[in-house]
Design a protein around this ligand. Structure first.
Ligand code: NAG
Ligand code: NAG
Ligand code: NAG
Ligand code: NAG
Length: 427
């Protein structure tokens, strides 16, 4: 009974799957596509057996841990990184979007990843892939890329397999062997002809998104760069809340139909990790108090890759030790005498009602302050008996994760080197 009570709301809502399925195949409207949470009734990847709330939180934390190792190890000149040890978990992509590949079109539900460049697509014959695969033999517009191709030179650590450009790399906790190929890729209404991607032949390690990854990073092979003439390297998303039963958010491509009233902060390029979207986090407010964070914890550092990124694939925000401790301590101080417990990587949980004391939280950037609604920094068991501050510390990089971004429009305007954020309810 207790386990049932603890089941997080979004898993309970899965029982609605059938009644909602008619909503799942809504066509894109112009350049606006649906984005689904992986646990959405519309997602084929939702857990078959409802996990308890604790299990689901622990799993998301474990996924994040693997991802953080991956993100911090991304560095120019390397695409192969050591895999984190620890228990093998099925890493779920958090948000997925429908992508059409080839002629005639084959549909895949791919994970949105703003910190990866090249799309990675499981292909027929793949060893270790677990879901729908793309069949190049059925596409009239497919071609493989030879070793001499420009795209092959844009990816580090490629090698020649016969005449085909191939590579081994890691993604999160998985190792991947892929061949470079091109085909038409359609996200909204327009096709990107001759789109280059990694056609996956082998996956090991068990943490790869089942139908592949759509890279929205800033490198040359990302969707953002390859669709530049069509969408001017501009996109935005609104990620739906974890808790809502109406799960679809939107991915909007191109400068048209983007919000006009939105505040911007500059995007920074870090030469150590050129794919990632860095911003300048100036400080964090808990309640009305700007907490005292050592400047080094927030500093943008081109030599070490230090600083703050905004990422669609990490679930819970990570702050470098000094920053996290300062935020957490101020939060705890506001909670007064309430007894603190922990849950996995969260060290600030309460099992008594705390609604009255909860302070606001604001991330401050040059040009904009992002005020987080409570749902974006607290995670509650569905019975309300446990509440945790949904952030934790990080060894080397501050990551503004997707839970903290939910129900906001986040606009990546690369030509103008700026990131826009405004509140938008899309659940
Ligand atoms: C796909 O690309 C080919 C060129 O390779 C082009 O002729 C064809 O029209 C494209 N198909 C679609 C659906 O855009
Ligand atoms: C890439 O991985 C495959 C196994 O999937 C292996 O056979 C091959 O030798 C590797 N290639 C390189 C260059 O490491
Ligand atoms: C949410 O559900 C309502 C009907 O309940 C529907 O009108 C609306 O379009 C849905 N929103 C999204 C973003 O799917
Ligand atoms: C953000 O909040 C801080 C502290 O309250 C304030 O000084 C600053 O002007 C605000 N910035 C913006 C862009 O509103």
């Amino acid at each position: 009974m207790e386990a049932l009570h603890l089941t997080i709301l979004f898993f309970l809502s899965l029982t609605l799957a059938h009644s909602l399925s008619s909503n799942c195949d809504l066509p894109s409207q112009g350049p606006t596509l649906r984005v689904y949470h992986v646990s959405s009734p519309c997602s084929p990847f939702r857990p078959k057996n409802a996990l308890s709330w604790e299990e689901s939180v622990l799993q998301m934390q474990a996924d994040d841990k693997t991802r953080l190792v991956y993100l911090t190890s991304l560095a120019v000149g390397r695409s192969f990184v050591p895999i984190a040890s620890g228990r093998q978990i099925i890493q779920s992509p958090t948000y997925i979007v429908k992508v059409n590949i080839g002629t005639p079109a084959q549909s895949m539900l791919m994970a949105l990843d703003t910190s990866t460049d090249m799309a990675l697509i499981p292909s027929v014959g793949c060893v270790g892939c677990t879901s729908v695969m793309y069949d190049s033999a059925k596409s009239q517009s497919f071609s493989s890329l030879a070793c001499g191709a420009d795209q092959c030179k844009q990816v580090q650590t490629t090698s020649c397999l016969g005449t085909t450009c191939s590579l081994n790399m890691t993604y999160g906790g998985s190792t991947i062997a892929a061949n470079l190929a091109t085909d038409n890729v359609t996200l909204a209404t327009d096709s990107v002809v001759g789109y280059s991607f990694g056609s996956i032949k082998n996956v090991a390690g068990g943490s790869f998104p089942p139908q592949g990854v759509l890279g929205l990073g800033r490198g040359p092979l990302s969707f953002v760069s390859q669709s530049k003439t069509l969408y001017k390297s501009t996109f935005s998303y609104c990620l739906p809340s974890f808790k809502s039963s109406n799960f679809s958010g939107t991915l909007r491509l191109g400068p048209i139909a983007q919000p006009i009233k939105i505040n911007y902060t500059p995007l920074l390029v870090n030469p150590r990790r050129t794919s990632l979207y860095y911003v300048n986090l100036l400080g964090i407010k808990v309640g009305s108090k700007v907490v005292n964070i050592p400047p080094s914890a927030l500093a943008f550092n081109p030599n070490t890759g230090g600083g703050t990124i905004i990422d669609s694939g990490t679930v819970f925000t990570r702050l470098i030790d000094g920053a996290y401790t300062a935020v957490r301590d101020e939060f705890r101080r506001r909670m007064g005498k309430a007894v603190v417990s922990s849950l996995g990587g969260f060290d600030t949980c309460y099992t008594v009602p705390i609604t009255k004391q909860i302070p606001s939280m604001t991330f401050m950037f040059p040009g904009l302050n992002m005020s987080l609604p409570q749902d974006n920094f607290l995670i509650h068991s569905s019975s309300g008996s446990t509440t945790c501050l949904a952030m934790s510390s990080s060894p080397a990089l501050n990551v503004i994760a997707n839970m903290q971004q939910q129900n906001h429009r986040v606009l990546f305007d690369i030509p103008n080197s700026r990131l826009g954020i405004s509140r938008e309810i899309c659940s």
